[in-house]
Design a protein around this ligand. Structure first.
Ligand code: GRF
Length: 198
């Protein structure tokens, strides 16, 4: 059984996609052990509670510095016996000590086809605003391993989505979520679960 923790900051629709995939048995050999948010009011925590998954808010500002936050978070997840950390709309830049503690065991969903529209400052709607202003005809989503860089780790899965006439950033974001993110994130977790030896 692959034990996962999902780190969130917002609405949690990607978390919901994972929950639904586990519940419908589309995603097998995976257990969502806990959800961690840096925002106490993140609706993702409500989704966790509604589905009987332990949720907690761990805020960087409650620690003396980033390293202390990273150390606590790593210890917290280690005590949960977490095998894989899933960043699903998590907006905190994780400190190196955390990345090192979970090296090769952290994945992230990014709402573009990396290497386009990624890196510093590219998150949420900003990604789709940039895609629209560049005039790309195709965008999509990427699941990648997290390394010490920003959106630079090895790519696991990608899925393309068409940009349509009249798209606003909000319309495009919704299409990328529905047609790409919510599909490839559970798929990527399944790929890792299939290789996981208990
Ligand atoms: C998604 O667009 C995801 O690609 C990005 O942040 C957003 C999170 O949305 N990383 P949600 O909280 O999963 O609804």
């Amino acid at each position: 059984m692959l034990k996962i923790a999902v780190l969130v900051s917002g609405g949690g629709t990607n978390l919901q996609a994972i929950i639904d995939a586990v519940k419908s048995h589309k995603l097998t050999n995976v257990s969502i052990e806990c959800v961690v948010s840096n925002k106490p009011d993140a609706y993702a925590l409500t989704r966790a509670e509604d589905n009987g998954i332990p949720g907690v808010c761990i805020r960087p500002k409650d620690y003396k510095d980033k390293a202390a936050y990273g150390e606590y978070l790593a210890q917290y997840l280690t005590e949960y016996g977490i095998d894989l950390v899933v960043l699903a709309g998590f907006l905190v830049v994780l400190p190196e000590n955390f990345i090192d503690a979970f090296e090769g065991r952290i994945i992230n969903i990014h709402p573009s086809l990396i290497p386009s529209f990624c890196g510093e400052g590219f998150y949420g709607l900003k990604v789709h605003e940039s895609a629209l202003s560049r005039g790309v005809k195709v965008t999509g989503a990427t699941v990648h391993f997290v390394d010490r860089g920003c959106d630079t780790g090895p790519i696991i899965l990608q899925k393309a989505v068409s940009v349509q006439e009249g798209d606003t950033p909000e319309i495009l974001q919704k299409r990328v979520m529905e047609q790409a993110e919510w599909i490839i994130l559970p798929q990527a977790i399944q790929l890792i679960a299939d290789k996981h030896k208990n």
